[in-house]
Design a protein around this ligand. Structure first.
Ligand SMILES: Cc1cc2nc3c(=O)[nH]c(=O)nc-3n(C[C@H](O)[C@H](O)[C@H](O)COP(=O)(O)O)c2cc1C
Ligand code: SF4
Length: 348
């Protein structure tokens, strides 16, 4: 049970040691968000295998040695009513050889112009090994005291590239139909439910479109959401975008109120098909608009990323009656390789 409907959507922190170990900066970041009364925090994506590292200073969860550092984060949040989930991820074809120390792998060998690499096609053994990596990461999340975990099935990363027909051209049981393309995710859900227990909430961040004519479309995404619900998934955060399509998930620029929540209509389509909680995302800034999404039944929870970089105490501010909008102007200058921070705030 969450204390309120505000979710801090997964946000890569750029704060880990080179090997992925969590640091004091993570602990302070998440303690502040909990103090700011966020209902549910989802951490930045943590990589389940070094061959799936997406970014420098990314948090790792690929070995038992990371549990201790991750536990320091959950212990800092524990005194507050806030819940915290670990997002677990694999970068797939969106990593670089230099970063992962490997040839990037993907369901099919489809060239990615954004990283200028053709990944190698995964073997059956690679796929089964990756399922095990995710399952072990789920177990570690529970051991570290997280209240749940989120599978990253969005933004063109490995699991997202499996469900997309643009990046998954396989003709074996891991590709083809929507069911085949979603099979790896289904196997991971089953594995984590088995190892971490049915009482350990497991949610998914799901692409609802790749913005590619040959990519994933909303109807497929809705079907996958239904399948995952049948497997016992506990919630679905609806996102979209793939760097290669020229339209990612973090849209730049301030939007008019009636254009806020840029993936919320897709969330509403998923919500019509499932009974589990659905998270509405994308440029949510104005309290009244977010309230309207919930009242109209388009989303059960409201996710925000950048506003919480600028204002970790945003929920507290809303609760105190300062009901307006976030001060975040969506300039995207918070992608700071030395640690996420609001560049606009520093100008003051
Ligand atoms: C600095 C930064 C890092 C992000 N890292 C992640 C991540 O680790 N995992 C993820 O699923 N999304 C990530 N995102 C995307 C956000 O979760 C969110 O989906 C997107 O920014 C749209 O929400 P917003 O308009 O409230 O920022 C990141 C966004 C930003 C700005
Ligand atoms: S730098 Fe600050 S204002 Fe700009 S998008 Fe990031 S949090 Fe928002």
């Amino acid at each position: 049970m969450v204390a309120n409907r505000f979710v801090r959507s997964a946000t890569h922190e750029f704060m880990a040691e080179d090997d992925g170990t969590a640091t004091d900066r993570h602990v302070e970041l998440y303690r502040r968000l909990a103090e700011g009364e966020v209902g549910l925090i989802i951490t930045g994506h943590a990589y389940v295998n070094p061959n799936g590292k997406a970014s420098p200073k990314q948090t790792g969860v690929y070995d038992d040695r990371f549990v201790e550092g991750l536990r320091r984060i959950t212990e800092a949040v524990r005194p507050f009513p806030t819940k915290i989930f670990l997002q677990i991820a694999h970068a797939g074809r969106q990593t670089k050889e230099k970063l992962c120390g490997c040839t990037p792998m993907a369901p099919s060998a489809v060239y990615d112009p954004t990283v200028k690499t053709t990944p190698r096609e995964m073997t059956d053994a690679d796929i089964r090994g990756t399922i095990r990596d995710f399952v072990q990461a789920g177990r570690r999340a529970r051991e570290a005291g997280f209240d749940g975990a989120q599978l990253h099935v969005a933004h063109g990363y490995l699991l997202s590239s499996f469900i997309s027909p643009h990046t998954n051209r396989r003709t074996d049981e891991w590709g083809g139909s929507t069911a085949g393309r979603a099979r790896i995710v289904v196997e991971i859900v089953r594995g984590i439910k088995r190892i971490a227990g049915p009482d350990f909430p497991l949610i998914v961040k799901l692409n609802s479109t790749d913005f590619f004519p040959t990519g994933l479309h909303l109807e497929d995404s809705v079907e996958i959401a239904r399948r995952l619900e049948n497997e016992g998934i506990d919630g679905i955060e609806v996102s979209g975008g793939m760097a290669e399509a020229g339209q990612g998930s973090v849209w730049k620029g301030l939007r008019a109120e009636d254009e806020e929540g840029y993936f919320v209509e897709n969330a509403a389509a998923v919500k019509r098909a499932v009974r589990v909680p659905v998270f509405g995302l994308g440029g949510n800034r104005t309290f009244a608009v977010m309230e309207k999404f919930v009242r109209e039944g388009k989303a059960d929870l409201i996710s925000l990323s950048r506003p919480f970089i600028r204002e970790p105490y945003l929920v507290k501010k809303f609760r105190a009656g300062e009901i307006g909008k976030s001060e975040c102007i969506s300039c995207n200058k918070c992608f700071n390789p030395r640690g996420i921070s609001c560049a606009e705030l520093k100008k003051r």
